[in-house]
Design a protein around this ligand. Structure first.
Ligand code: EPU
Length: 342
């Protein structure tokens, strides 16, 4: 028998955010279906906050809200074409488990997105991306429950307005929906292998793999991520804390006069600007590996802020803004957090 959903009061969110911040939710429920979601909302008067794995959120204070942990599961192939299939996955599925399922089925398209923390339902919110692939590249549509009306709404790819770590769910539709399912288009054969990102090629070459398949790519990505990014089960973190900024070409050129090694990437749709790695800027300013109280800037990847244990959200936020100010003063670029700060 499945236990029935209950709304509990004053619940610790410590197990529900990967930064490991000890705050409380005024009300909390874990919902495993659309019906349970509607039941939890029925007599609620508080603002609602939907959580996936809590892997892109920094709580700076208690949540005076009804916090809903989305645990809506299920993965099914809903359409078959000659080369592709459409797969519909519940918003509460763990993203990496979904990736492993796809690889196990011989389905390609998400292997570069291996080991990204979070859930399937959270993936479109920030259009997760890594190693040359973004969610939008395989996205077909999603279903979301309108938290105000309880109605289900469908969003096409165009309606999601995906951008770099961005979508309508971080803008106009922020906080309005709970994403209940996502449909992705994956390849059954003739997979498109993405090796453009240098580290993947190097890792595979070192293993002597010349013609990698989707499982090889996934293994390489897992190896690279594990070597650079801290495991949230061991050290609290939310992956990249800041976005890589897009800056005017002149600004990049001015910095390069002083630091000719500054890496940058062309933006095909914005020739006046280039993208520069925030991790590099932060490292130049001396923050990499620096510990401040219980928080710090990770020693192997400066873009990641960590909780060494017992940090408050305020402490992490203070460190984040100290880094933002210091990079702006030294290099004239104001970084923006990628993590949702509450
Ligand atoms: N770099 C440094 N010092 C650092 C970190 C990075 O100099 O401490 C420089 C290096 O020159 C390196 C470049 O930055 O060549 C890029 O570094 P990396 O390949 O580690 O990627 P990133 O730009 O720091 C982005 C994403 C990651 C994603 C990787 C790989 C963002 C905000 N972050 O990081 O995504 O895994 O590329 O595609 O775009 C996340 O969003 O949480 C995340 C981990």
């Amino acid at each position: 028998m499945t236990p029935t959903m209950t709304v509990r009061e004053n619940v610790s969110l410590l197990p529900y955010n990967t930064f490991g911040i000890a705050v409380e939710a005024a009300c909390f429920a874990e919902v495993a279906s659309v019906d349970e979601l509607r039941t939890a909302l029925r007599s609620n008067k508080l603002p609602v906050l939907v959580l996936g794995s809590g892997s892109n959120i920094l709580f700076s204070k208690d949540a005076d809200a009804l916090v809903l942990k989305n645990s809506i599961r299920g993965i099914e192939v809903v359409r078959r074409f000659s080369r592709k299939v459409w797969v519909k996955a519940g918003g509460g599925e763990v993203w990496h488990d979904f990736v492993l399922w796809a690889i196990g089925q011989g389905l390609g398209g998400v292997e570069n997105l291996s080991l990204i923390p979070g859930t399937v339902g959270a993936a479109p919110v920030q259009n997760i991306g890594a190693y040359g692939v973004e969610l939008k590249d395989v996205f077909v549509k999603l279903e979301a429950l309108d938290l105000e009306t309880g109605a289900i709404r469908h969003f096409s790819k165009a309606e999601c307005r995906f951008g770099y770590r961005d979508s309508i769910f971080k803008r106009e539709a922020k906080g309005r929906y709970c994403i209940t399912s996502v449909t992705l288009s994956l390849t059954q054969k003739d997979h498109r292998i993405h090796l453009t990102y240098g580290d993947i090629k190097k890792t595979l070459e070192a293993e002597g793999i010349e013609k990698p398949g989707i499982a090889d790519i996934s293994r390489a990505v897992i190896r690279i991520r594990s070597s650079k990014l801290p495991d949230p089960a061991v050290i609290g973190n939310c992956g990249s804390f800041f976005k890589n900024p897009e800056v005017k070409r002149e600004i990049m050129e001015r910095i390069r006069e002083r630091y000719p090694q500054l890496p940058f990437y062309e933006l095909p749709n914005r020739p006046t600007h280039v993208k520069v790695p925030a991790g590099w800027l932060i490292e130049q300013c001396g923050w990499k590996g620096k510990r401040v109280g219980n928080t710090g800037c990770y020693e192997k990847q400066a873009l990641v802020l960590v909780n060494y244990g017992g940090a408050t959200g305020e402490e992490v936020k203070k460190l984040a803004y100290a880094i933002i100010d210091s990079v702006e003063q030294a290099l004239g670029i104001r970084l923006e957090p990628e993590v949702n700060i509450l």
